[in-house]
Design a protein around this ligand. Structure first.
Ligand code: CP3
Length: 355
């Protein structure tokens, strides 16, 4: 996509809902749009109240509730975009893998994918089972109309494969890397199958009203540059292209990716997510100014006093220097215990900032 910014921004053309999508396309906007990774979640009382009566997966599978969680968080914060409430791991189920979220432990996949036969057994023909996510998006889209940007999402092939192979979170990605190095044909088949399912899943989301798709490659920073090129890039690039052909911009996000940014950008993704470990302008230089960037406040800064928080927010905005194509966000998700009023304060700081 990467359309060249040509349309001049006048106050009339910037309805609130277009600010986010325009920034993804590097078109001029009146101010940078702002939203937060994990903006709906346990740090919010409203979410904790719903979680008393439903598991995470139950919330995801009931479009009425998933839509309510999505809408409540976006409205409470006053952000420019709403990310659909869902989870990265939902596509595992139609592929034939059972998983659950164990309290304090994160996700657990009961029979991880370790052998060629495990990969062969994975199904790719049931993405339509994920229609509950599309239904939730339809409800969110009907609620907001063009007032907010609506973000659909999925995992990136590497990150999703790592959950399937490790069976949960991991420190060293030992089984994942063993499959990459020792059984490259199974690894390739696994990523191909994941891309097929995620393409169909993203299509459901776009047809339901998602304006933008974010691809979460949260754990790709575990790879060195050569391994990223050899084992992860092609599948990510294929997914990015498949989604862009649906007519929506793609945000490609990862953590600890300072050494991978140029390569991630060459997937062709419209927007690259930056973590907080380098100044935004350095990250943007590495990405290239023919892409938009999203980021990059350290989520733990939300626990700092407001004057410190404001310094960090302003530093990021100054680093972006008003260039079209900056979406203000965190470098990774909001964690439980984060003071909601500080998240709201960041929205105000971004709105009120003038260079
Ligand atoms: O508001 C939003 O941002 C949308 C909601 C959302 C969730 N998961 C809900 C959720 C999104 C975008 C995700 C994506 C996701 N899921 C990622 C990529 C984002 C990232 O942080 O890099 C990953 C790696 C997952 C997998 C996952 N889901 C893990 C590792 C965990 C456990 C984390 C923990 O703190 O327990 C989850 C659970 C999860 N997904 C929660 C939420 C709100 C918290 C669990 C709960 O409510 O019990």
């Amino acid at each position: 996509m990467n359309s060249i910014p040509t349309v001049a921004a006048t106050p009339e053309t910037i309805v609130d809902g277009s600010r986010f999508v325009r920034a993804c396309l590097r078109q001029p906007v009146d101010r940078p749009p702002v939203w937060f990774l994990r903006q709906a979640g346990r740090y919010m009382q409203e979410y904790r109240d719903i979680r008393k009566h439903h598991t995470l997966v139950e919330i995801c599978k009931q479009p009425e509730i998933a839509a309510e969680v999505t809408i409540t968080a976006a409205e409470k914060l006053g952000v420019d975009a709403a990310i659909i409430f869902a989870d990265l791991l939902l596509p595992l189920e139609p592929m034939g893998l059972d998983f659950e979220f164990q309290a304090g432990e994160g996700p657990v996949v009961h029979h991880p994918v370790r052998t060629a036969d495990d990969v062969k057994a994975l199904r790719t023909d049931r993405a339509a089972d994920l229609a509950y996510v599309a239904k939730a998006i339809e409800k969110v889209a009907a609620h907001f109309r063009d007032k907010l940007g609506i973000i659909g999402f999925c995992g990136a092939p590497f990150t999703l494969a790592s959950y399937m192979i490790e069976g949960g979170g991991s420190r060293n990605y030992l089984y994942t890397k063993q499959m990459m190095y020792n059984d490259p044909s199974s690894w390739t088949m696994l990523l191909d199958k994941i891309v097929d399912v995620l393409t169909a899943y993203c299509r459901l989301q776009v047809e339901a009203g998602a304006d933008v798709i974010q691809i979460f490659d949260s754990w790709v920073g575990a790879l060195g540059l050569t391994d990223y090129r050899e084992y992860a890039f092609a599948a990510s690039q294929r997914l990015v292209k498949n989604v862009q052909e649906m007519g929506v911009p793609v945000i490609y996000f990862g953590v600890e990716t300072a050494g991978l940014l140029a390569e991630m950008a060459s997937t062709g993704a419209d927007v690259i997510g930056l973590d907080w470990r380098q100044p935004l302008s350095e990250g943007w230089n590495a990405v290239g100014h023919n892409h938009a960037v999203q980021g990059n406040l350290d989520p733990i800064t939300l626990f700092a006093p407001l004057d410190v928080l404001e310094k960090r927010v302003h530093e990021i905005l100054r680093s972006a220097n008003g260039r079209p194509g900056h979406i203000f966000n965190l470098g990774h998700g909001i964690i439980p215990g984060t003071p909601v009023e500080n998240v709201q304060a960041v929205v105000r700081m971004v709105r009120d900032f003038r260079l």
